[in-house]
Design a protein around this ligand. Structure first.
Ligand code: F0G
Length: 458
């Protein structure tokens, strides 16, 4: 008998989670103003809001915490992390930051000015926020295939080279400080970018003299997909693929809360010493001295260990198989999801799930509310609320994809939990024709509104 697949870890500590009744959940979500971010975590049974900072650290990571060096300057933990980053990514210079958006803040302070444009594949919301906050514009050059959820394509995170070149031709070099490629591309459904595409982007960028940076939050998952889907890489170890990926970039921002499996942390990797030095000043202003930048020594130790664990093949296989396990159940039932399945989450195509709801009524958010009421499962809207308003016209932006993301924390839930989630989604799907009204905004912030928005049922 062929031995079945099984997780590449066993469980050493557990945390209790709580069931609730439908009546409780109806009350809680109303009190939360129909914003899933406003729920208390005890009100949630299975929390798929994000895979960011929600992973379970290993025994070796917990052990590494104990040997953290909390010296302000010259901490051995800083150097341990430096060695790990250089070993895994190849970048010789780095700045620690407290999380990914802090890395964006520091890097963009050194690189972006008003009126600039930053092309790439679909920028993550904080990346776009940090670009727009500086009076610059993020330009999405993702391939069109990414926006058709049923269309099969192995690398839906790829940059469309023609779209990119159009931008590079349209704007003078001085107005394009960098190209940002997000690996995997969260906003298009956790979709990977191929090595072939990374190389082509770098080649084009070099022709125009523009540096390429990777938003690398889920770089290891991207490497796993390259191994599985790009024939030349089938037999290469993950870490070798990772090095080849980063060879196509001049630098990287990292939210370590994802593929480095820590609860908090980030960094920027650089090849260019002069840029590293320029950014160091901003790091000191915003984050802390360059030897810790928003992280304690113990956190840097756990992060260094996490970079190695996150790039192990067996771990990645376990992780991505679990995401696909959930995805397959939904897809087999006929529920429209982004396909192929992403690395960190299943993205439900809310427009096709609830075709009768007008886009002005926040379709994916409405679906998220219904799923919470159904089973106490919390997802997150990746749609009109997240897309926010156009910074110039202040009109709502309606993105091509209106998604409800079910992000799976790393090493946290079992496949029984996935079965529960699938059943909850299926129950909502079975009663979808009765969901005829969506939501309206009562109150919103001027930028990154989705975190704090207050909504009401129409
Ligand atoms: N880049 C990507 C691709 C991300 O997904 C995130 C965060 C960030 C940057 C910012 O990193 O949170 O450490 O400041 N994504 C989380 C999510 C919040 O739920 O997808 P951060």
């Amino acid at each position: 008998m062929k031995l079945p697949f099984a997780e590449s870890y066993k469980i050493k500590a557990v945390e209790q989670i709580h069931r609730s009744t439908r009546e409780e959940r109806i009350r809680w979500i109303e009190e939360a103003k129909y914003n899933l971010f406003n729920l208390r975590s005890e009100q949630v049974f299975i929390d798929l809001l994000t895979d960011s900072g929600t992973g379970a650290m290993s025994d070796k990571q917990w052990a590494a915490l104990m040997t953290g060096d909390e010296s302000y300057a010259g901490s051995s933990s800083y150097y341990k992390l430096k060695d790990a980053i250089e070993d895994i990514t190849g970048f010789p210079y780095y700045l620690p930051t407290h999380q990914g958006r802090a890395a964006e803040n520091v890097l963009f302070s050194a690189m972006i000015k008003k009126g600039d444009v930053v092309p790439g594949n679909s920028h993550f919301d904080t990346t776009k926020g940090h670009i727009e906050f500086r009076g610059a514009h993020a330009i999405d050059c993702t391939i069109d295939e990414a926006f058709h959820t049923e269309l099969e394509h192995p690398f839906k995170g790829n940059v469309d080279l023609d779209k990119l070149e159009t931008v590079l031709k349209k704007y003078p070099k001085g107005q394009i400080p960098l190209i940002m490629v997000t690996i995997t591309c969260n906003s298009s459904g956790g979709q990977p970018v191929s090595i072939e595409n990374m190389r082509a982007v770098k080649k084009l960028a070099d022709q125009y003299g523009i540096p390429v940076f990777f938003d690398s939050a889920r770089f290891a998952e991207n490497a796993y997909f390259i191994k599985m889907r790009e024939p030349a890489y089938k037999h290469k170890p993950i870490r070798e693929i990772v090095r080849e990926m980063f060879a196509c970039a001049d630098g990287m921002t990292m939210s370590s809360k994802k593929d480095a499996i820590v609860n908090m942390g980030g960094f920027i990797g650089f090849r260019d010493k002069a840029l590293y030095e320029k950014a160091s000043t901003f790091n000191i202003m915003f984050e802390g001295f360059i030897n810790y930048g928003g992280m304690s020594g113990r956190d840097m130790n756990a992060l260094a260990q996490g970079l190695y664990e996150g790039t192990e093949f067996d771990y990645l296989e376990t992780r991505i198989a679990q995401v696909a396990y959930l995805g397959k159940q939904l897809r087999d039932y006929g529920i429209p999801v982004q396909y192929p399945f992403g690395g960190h989450a299943i993205f439900i195509d809310a427009k096709r799930f609830l075709p009768g709801l007008p886009k002005e009524q926040f379709v994916a958010q409405t679906l998220g509310v219904e799923l919470f009421i159904e089973g106490g499962v919390r997802g997150v809207e990746i749609g009109t609320l997240l897309a926010d308003r156009d910074p110039d016209t202040r009109e709502n932006r309606y993105p091509q994809l209106e998604l409800l993301r079910l992000a799976i924390p790393r090493r946290v839930y079992t496949n029984n939990h996935m079965d529960y989630v699938a059943a909850s989604v299926i129950n909502v799907f079975d009663r979808r024709n009765k969901i005829t009204k969506g939501l309206k905004i009562l109150k919103e912030a001027p930028i990154l509104r989705h975190f704090t928005v207050e909504l009401a049922r129409i």
